[in-house]
Write a protein that binds this ligand. Structure first.
Ligand code: CMC
Length: 391
């Protein structure tokens, strides 16, 4: 049997560029949306430090900031909220499609599937028109919490709850999920978590969103691609895994033995490490403060104690290697305390990050260039065609 020739140098006189695995550190765009200093543990949206936004801003105001590159006046923020809540009502045919989804499917798969369906019931977006782009952004963002909550209820055989335009995005999500008005602490804590997850420079899902956007497609399609990308356990899916991990440890007293076993088998500790941060993720610091506040108000949990112990033990071994808790380390513990099911954690990340994805979609649309990177070919050249009966 004839064998293909061994890999040959490409038939080009150009020198082969070096491959950077995972494109680590390679700029993929110019962007003014957010900034990270991974050594110092700094994250800022449009120049505003995340700690300041977590303390003083709301998800709606942060979204306005991300999309418009400036903080709104009170009148602008009020008008923005009215624009957003005007899209809370979803057409019946969309909800009928949601009811038909397999109830055993993961909520992230459901969310991803609903984006093209939302497109099918929405006016066509004129990509060249900033007003149309803004209207589409509002539609996508407004639908997110309602779709996530509706799928969660439908799969449990419950009625879908109609959204309440008087509530914030965070409050409305909890209302649509539970059918009870959230109290002030619950609403504020979820709102703050949304602010912390809203944007994070050129992470995998944002990159995916920009790649899809660069083909000059609409926000539904770009966000659908981003939702699928966020799902993986190395990205947004880690928050779900962190909770499973803490449950598997089975108590703070077991954390040391569990951690040593992980290190011995070179297994990853979920919720730790980051491509960019080589110190503690500033979002993890902020979420830890939220967790503290929530547990002081509502009573602590064993999982929280286990997480604190695991963080302490891991710091001794991982600290010198720049592996520290990331945003996912504390988020699941907070969401669980708010009564949210584990597989809805990553959809909440998606809801928050939709604000950032859409900021990037808008930025990409303003000055688009199709993404079409190169590759380093490692296959054969000039392979010989052998008829099927002779192989
Ligand atoms: N536990 C144990 N070892 C780790 C971890 C961890 N969580 N993270 C990195 N390392 C080690 C890894 O084993 C490797 O060691 P060696 O050089 O001996 O082979 C080294 O550090 C580099 O790891 P890497 O995975 O090649 O580095 P990366 O820059 O691709 O890592 C990461 C980024 C997030 C994929 C990784 O830290 C990880 O898998 N963490 C666990 C999953 C997780 O928590 N993901 C959420 C990320 S933050 C939320 C988000 O933005 O999506």
């Amino acid at each position: 049997m004839p064998s293909p020739k061994a890999p040959q140098p490409p038939p080009s006189t150009l020198s082969t560029p070096e491959l950077i695995p995972g494109l680590a550190g390679i700029p993929a765009a110019e962007s003014s949306i957010s900034f990270i200093d991974g050594q110092e543990g700094i994250l800022a949206y449009r120049g505003h430090r995340i700690e300041v936004l977590a303390e003083h801003s709301t998800f709606e105001e942060t979204t306005y900031l991300l999309w418009n590159a400036c903080l709104p006046t009170q009148a602008e923020l009020d008008a923005f909220k009215i624009e957003l809540t005007a899209h809370y009502h979803l057409p019946d045919e969309l909800l009928a499609a949601l009811r038909a989804l397999p109830a055993g499917g993961h909520p992230m798969a459901a969310l991803q599937a609903m984006m093209p369906m939302l497109r099918m019931v929405s006016p066509v977006c004129n990509l060249k028109d900033p007003v149309s782009r803004h209207e589409t952004s509002l539609r996508v963002l407004a639908a997110m919490p309602i779709l996530i909550a509706a799928f969660e209820r439908v799969r449990r055989g419950k009625e879908i709850i109609a959204p309440d335009p008087e509530l914030s995005v965070a409050g409305n999500f909890l209302w649509c999920l539970n059918g009870e008005k959230p109290d002030a602490i619950e609403e504020r804590i979820l709102d703050c978590a949304l602010v912390l997850h809203a944007e994070h420079t050129m992470n995998a899902s944002t990159f995916a969103c920009r790649v899809v956007a660069s083909t000059e497609t609409d926000a539904y399609t770009a966000v659908s691609g981003a939702v699928g990308t966020l799902f993986g356990p190395l990205h947004g899916g880690a928050n779900e895994r962190v909770l499973e991990q803490l449950e598997a440890i089975g108590g703070a007293e077991n954390a040391q033995a569990w951690f040593q076993a992980q290190v011995a088998k070179k297994a990853k500790v979920m919720g730790m490490g980051h491509r960019v941060y080589k110190t503690k993720d500033p979002r993890a610091r902020a979420l830890q403060l939220l967790a503290k506040e929530l547990f002081e108000a509502r009573g602590t949990t064993e999982l929280y104690a286990t997480a604190l112990e695991l963080e302490k033990i891991a710091a001794e071994v991982f600290g010198a290697r720049g592996i520290w808790p990331n945003v996912d380390f504390f988020s699941g513990i907070v969401y669980q305390k708010l009564g949210i099911p584990t597989d809805v954690f990553t959809p909440i990340f998606a809801l928050a990050r939709t604000a950032g994805w859409l900021a990037h979609w808008r930025e990409q649309m303003r000055d688009n260039k199709l993404f079409r990177p190169g590759q380093i070919y490692t296959g054969v050249h000039d392979a010989t065609w052998v008829p099927i009966e002779d192989r």
